[in-house]
Design a protein around this ligand. Structure first.
Ligand SMILES: Cc1ncc(COP(=O)(O)O)c(C=O)c1O
Length: 469
């Protein structure tokens, strides 16, 4: 989808773009970083030189020189009369080939499959013949699976019936369906800052005006700011991750849950609680699901993190009225969830306590290893120890994480820089490090980070670029 980037938006995304290099090169380099890590998309049209020079308070010659450098390097195509469009040069196009070229890929916060998954597939194959006489298009989910998901909420203390559950093709698909159904272009959506990047992508592609309130490692969810935003901007949706928030790993306290649920309900904002990471407890213990605090909350869940990303099974829990609305809209998004995967998911959910115990063990090992290695190789970086989830949210204090991510690429390592999790170029000094990898991978990756962090400083130009994020 081609989009038009205004001068003001680009200025916000650029954040702290200046470095020791000449301004035109620093500007070109930062635009390239934004393209590489997905903050600007290939095909996006950049603002006219005059507009950007005004937005950045720079001479037009500098902007023209930056655009010219991007053109020379193959990142920009300019056609007289129709502006300048970002593009990935042939060698760097296609995320797939790039991902495979990385020796160490820390760009995804995921784990390998739960060991019991193969047995679940084998059992599902046995059952498949019972379903082959049906047409196989399933927009709501198999009754047994919906009941198993409802039971998992009841086990956590929240009364839920199967007709409050819709099975989806993962949580991302659920979020897309909710957004398309409940949101109209031009309205506002409230998110946490930082937040999950692909939620941001979904909202911005739907034309949303995204507003944010902070989640801080030293203070939690900024409730007064959230309330102010909800009151002032009347967002249609508020998207939150109450448990093991991605990327900070934090969980809302009981008070924060109650407060945000009440505020959203009072002001007519629909709260969407993404609980994709909620089952990844290491040493926190159980918390009540967000929907315990208001019947208007829509919850999203997934087996992607606890069982396997390749399963692509998620769900939505909501009121019957909301589910009926979602059902009417679903055919525009997809025509149902695959049968085989639903059968597998039904088996796996019945195995939930073992899945959680197995994940918890692996995540504890990963977390403790990563913390130990960071202390050894990059002792200046500030990191809080999360009690669940998959990631460390590192405050490097001085290092530009965009520059660091580029430098890491040159070493064959993929890592996502902080600003991918924020709006307006925030979190340049932060880095997300998933710890759901093996001890060897963590050791190699953190040693690379330690080695390159000294050379990077805040200047992305010093490091050669090898690939796309
Ligand atoms: C917070 C959050 N929501 C949703 C998703 C997407 O989940 P799924 O793989 O089930 O589509 C992810 C995956 O990274 C996530 O971290």
């Amino acid at each position: 989808m081609n989009s038009f980037v205004t001068g003001r938006r680009l200025a916000r995304e650029l954040g702290e773009w200046r470095s020791g290099a000449p301004a035109y090169r620093a500007l070109a380099e930062r635009i390239r970083v934004l393209l590489m890590d997905g903050r600007l998309s290939s095909g996006a049209r950049l603002p006219a030189e005059r507009e950007l020079s005004q937005a950045l308070d720079l001479s037009r010659t500098t902007v023209a020189a930056a655009y010219s450098k991007l053109r020379d390097d193959g990142y920009l195509e300019s056609v007289r009369g129709s502006g300048s469009t970002l593009q990935l040069p042939g060698r760097e196009r296609g995320e797939h080939s790039l991902q495979h070229s990385l020796a160490l890929d820390f760009t995804k916060a995921t784990s390998p499959a739960y060991p019991g998954i193969q047995a679940a597939y084998a059992a599902a194959v046995e059952e498949l013949p019972n379903y082959l006489s049906h047409d196989g298009f399933d927009l709501v989910g198999l009754p047994d699976l919906r009941e198993a998901i409802a039971q998992s909420y009841r086990d956590r203390g929240l009364a839920t019936s199967p007709d409050q559950i819709m099975v989806t093709i993962g949580a991302q698909n659920a979020l897309n369906l909710i957004t398309r159904t409940l949101y109209s272009p031009g309205e506002r959506i409230l998110v946490e800052q930082p937040t999950y990047p692909h939620a941001l992508d979904t909202f911005t592609q739907a034309g949303a005006r995204v507003i944010a309130f902070p989640v801080r490692q030293d203070g939690g969810w900024d409730l007064p700011e959230a309330l102010l935003q909800i009151r002032r901007a009347a967002p249609t949706l508020a998207y939150l991750m109450p448990d093991f928030h991605n990327p900070t790993g934090m969980s809302m306290s009981l008070h924060e849950r109650e407060y945000l649920a009440a505020a959203a309900s009072r002001e007519g904002t629909v709260l969407v609680a993404d609980e994709t990471t909620a089952l990844l407890d290491i040493d926190r213990g159980q918390m009540p699901p967000m929907a315990t605090f208001s019947p208007n909350i829509i919850s999203i869940g997934s087996l992607g993190k606890i069982a396997w990303g390749g399963l692509r099974i998620g769900w939505i829990r909501g009121s019957r009225e909301v589910l009926a609305q979602l059902l009417r809209n679903r055919p525009a998004v997809d025509l149902g969830t695959p049968m085989m995967e639903q059968l597998v998911a039904t088996k796996l959910i019945q195995d939930m306590p073992s899945m959680m115990a197995s994940r918890s063990l692996d995540l504890r090992r990963g977390r403790d290893t990563a913390i130990r290695l960071l202390k050894e190789y990059v002792p200046r970086w500030q990191v809080q120890v999360p009690d669940g989830g998959l990631c460390l949210w590192i405050n490097t204090e001085t290092v530009s994480s965009s520059a660091l991510a580029l430098a890491a690429r040159a070493e064959g390592m993929g890592i996502v820089p902080g600003p991918r999790f924020g709006i307006d170029g925030a979190f340049e000094r932060y880095l997300r490090l998933p710890f759901s990898y093996s001890e060897e991978q963590l050791s190699e990756g953190i040693q690379i980070l330690g080695r390159i962090a000294h050379g990077v400083g805040s200047d992305p130009l010093r490091m050669p670029l090898q690939a796309v994020i």
